[in-house]
Design a protein around this ligand. Structure first.
Ligand code: C5P
Length: 238
């Protein structure tokens, strides 16, 4: 999990995924399946990606009453993904229920998927949080609070911006995962993301894993872009 570069497969269907992945040939990747793709293709897309040997982050951001989240996680555990998530805003009891569901759905002798909590979306700004969610504190305080809550609930880490990773590790310990989207090269477009950081910054801040979407998936040469990213992120020359 540590030092992973997770490619966000934000595509509308399985055909687009296949077209995107085909130039990567037999390379084993860590990919993220989010709502856009999962709501169209369902569990079949997870099975297909697993068959090709890819690691999977199933990014469905569950947020519901504890009993529903527990049952849903029990089912998701059977897909044998590597990483799943919930919204920390669902509360401690809901997060505990998520872990219980994952344990219940994991076959004996297997490791349950890691479970992380979304703190504040990287598209959320301080003003939005204060005015729309009516949370009268700083974004950083809110993120740190959610991270502590997630840790107390038995989760394995959080989704956060790279800017918050170091403070989270100070508070929760370095083995608590910080998985960070909103990462951009200097030359990239920011798009709808608000709390963006470069991979160099993420690396220096001790981020556990980065999630990269459009910078790779919308690139004219995705394999070349992926290699450039791996080079900056891990210092790997491929
Ligand atoms: O294209 P981009 O690199 O912005 O993609 C980021 C990915 O990470 C998207 O799939 C988005 O849904 C996801 N994500 C995020 N912020 C969070 C949690 C997930 O951007 N807090």
């Amino acid at each position: 999990m540590d030092n992973s570069l997770i490619i966000a497969l934000d595509f509308a269907n399985g055909n687009e995924v296949e077209r995107f992945l085909s130039p990567f040939e037999d390379r084993k990747l860590f990919v993220k399946v989010g709502m856009e793709l999962f709501y169209q293709e369902g569990p079949a897309i997870v099975h297909q990606l697993k068959e090709k040997g890819h690691q999977i982050f199933l990014d469905l951001k569950l947020h519901d009453i504890p009993n529903t989240v527990k049952s849903a996680m029990k089912g998701l555990a059977r897909l044998e993904c590597d990483l799943v998530n919930v919204h920390a805003a669902g509360g401690k009891e809901m997060m505990e229920a998520a872990v219980e569901g994952l344990v219940a759905g994991t076959a004996a002798g297997r490791k349950r998927p890691n479970c992380i909590a979304v703190t504040q979306l990287t598209s959320t700004s301080q003003v939005q949080m204060n005015k729309e969610q009516l949370i009268p504190t700083t974004l950083k305080e809110s993120v740190l609070h959610y991270a502590s809550l997630a840790k107390d609930a038995g989760l394995d880490g959080v989704v956060c911006s790279a800017w918050e990773s170091e403070s989270i590790h100070d508070k929760t310990g370095s083995s608590f995962l910080t998985v960070c989207p909103g990462i951009r090269l200097e030359s990239d477009h920011v798009g709808d993301q608000k709390r963006v950081a470069t991979p160099e910054y993420a690396k220096a801040a001790g981020v556990s894993a980065i999630v990269v979407g459009r910078s790779i998936t919308r690139s004219p040469d995705p394999v070349k872009s992926y290699e450039q990213w791996m080079n900056v992120w891990r210092g790997e020359h491929q």
